[in-house]
Design a protein around this ligand. Sequence first.
Ligand code: ADP
Ligand code: MG
Ligand code: ZN
Length: 478
Amino acid sequence: MSRNDYQVIIGLEIHAELSTKTKIFCSCPTEFGGQPNTHVCPVCMAMPGALPVLNEKVVEYAVKAGLATNCEISRDSKNDRKNYYYPDLPKSYQISQFDKPLCENGYVEIDTKNGKKKIRLERIHIEEDAGKLNHDDFGGGSLVDLNRAGVPLIEIVSKPDLRSAEEVESYMRKIKSILEYIEVSDCKMQEGSLRADVNVSVHKPEEPFGTRTEMKNMNSFRSITRAIEYEIERQIDVLEDGGKIEQETLRWDDVSGKTFSMRDKEDAQDYRYFPEPDLVAIKLSEEYIENIKNTLPELPESRKQRYLQEYELSEKDANIITASKYLSDLFESAIKVCNNPKSVNNWIISDISRILNETETEPIAIPFDGNQLGKLVILIDNGTISSSIGKKVLEELFEKPRDPEDIIKEKGWIQISDEGAIKEIVMKILEANPQSIADFKAGKDRALGFLVGQAMKETKGKANPKMLNEMFLEELKK
Ligand code: ADP
Ligand code: MG
Ligand code: ZN
């Protein structure tokens, strides 16, 4: 029996903050940031006697998420109190859902290295977020900020169907992309709008599932992958040494690259769930659900198929673009302007993706719009600028978005396509490089590329490269 004979079992509980304007049980704003304790009222501060009122948008958004992930929608659902103590939870209970969640038994399809795979969803329920504790570096101790208390969440619980860190990443990206498409969450992971509790266990295939540990509140793909890989190895080590895995809640530490025990795992009964007495049951009519169904937009998979057929994108490119609603919207609005899907595709896949990676920016934060990207493509297509100037215009669009035409006027980047002017440059470069002329005549074609490169350098990328090529050839053949 070797280490490789263990099978890995993973299930995720994903929390997504809903992008409703107001909180789940009061009318305080959900907006991120703000001075501590300014987005609060008696309800979300848990003053005695304050009563919650369920925000209908929260139900709508959760049902939308359920429909987009193939769930059954409960006609009869309710809220429950989940009792626990934490300093950022002033009520000492969280209003959540216990035995009657809004959505159940769904699935999403993910891409794995062995093809497509269905990941089953156990449930999606609604609940309120807790506040935040900020450590006070000056005074010591912790300060409570209740701005986040009562921000609506959906919790999406998967069945233990995931088998590796790669599958988890693929699943998490799929959920993120669906939630973005249906516009129920901004899914900003750095701000904690999307975070996951990751449950991991290992077992030998002929034996039942092993005991799981749970890593709480993971909010970056990289940490999730590292944490899972670490935890798998740790559990196998324990078992190979003849030990036993304790069911516990762990904290992943990105700096040391290790998991640490936070507390023994609690069971549902420890929370003493009971029906929330201050709220009525949630009864949904067929008509209500049908109406929400009708508002569902086109989802990533269907957009992808359309891109393959209508625009003949490669499967890989279509996957990258449609994975993000923002990239996909950018793509569609840019091609409406320039009618050149191939070129817009290339800009998004290469230069735009590179800049996003380098600056660790999410597509949602791209500062320019499809109209501006489309105009950039037109300027290249009609020869006003070269594609190397195009790259500089793109950088400007990231820096300070404005009309690409204004950018090139302002910077004096218009392409030199005047025959006389090109000729002048060609002659100047030839004069300065007699060795290249000799090389070319001796059959070294590379010399031509070098000369064109020199001319581009001389003109700071503004000369029309096609004209340069032709004119150099003409002169060299004389
Ligand atoms: P709780 O709400 O107490 O955390 P659940 O039974 O709802 O417990 O399960 C939480 C998550 O743990 C689910 O996503 C489920 O898929 C996952 N899970 C359950 N059993 C295992 C296991 N043996 N190994 C890994 N994950 C598991
Ligand atoms: Mg859990
Ligand atoms: Zn409030």
